[in-house]
Design a protein around this ligand. Structure first.
Ligand SMILES: [Cu+2]
Length: 117
């Protein structure tokens, strides 16, 4: 009897653990890289409401920033500070459309983010 109860409890705990893990994998953050002199990936698609997290790689020599250029109507511009390494910058993109990211120092550094409904 006690063993059956113990089994039932462990099955429940396991189910909760699995539910927790799948909730975590649905987490709406997309991490992208900032390096010399590129963003990676250069183009990607996310669902509306996803938080984009730019991570400056270790060992960069140049400073870079993340600036929003062309964007969907009604979206305010944003820009990060200039940094070389050991820095992150995040923005949640809620409005569907195409977002053009660029670095103010290196005009060839560009990234396109497509936000889908
Ligand atoms: Cu740059």
């Amino acid at each position: 009897m006690r063993r059956a109860l113990l089994l039932a409890v462990s099955v429940c705990v396991l189910a909760l653990a699995i539910a927790g893990a799948s909730a975590a994998s649905k987490s709406k953050t997309r991490t992208v890289k900032v390096s010399d002199d590129y963003y990676a990936p250069v183009k990607f698609t996310v669902k509306a409401g996803t938080k984009i997290r730019w991570v400056w790689l270790d060992g960069n020599y140049d400073t870079h920033d993340v600036r929003l250029g062309k964007r969907p109507k009604g979206v305010k511009k944003f820009k990060s500070q200039l940094a070389a390494s050991d820095f992150t910058f995040s923005r949640k993109l809620t409005v569907p459309g195409t977002y053009h990211i660029y670095c103010s120092i290196h005009r060839t550094m560009r990234e396109t983010i497509v936000v889908k409904r």
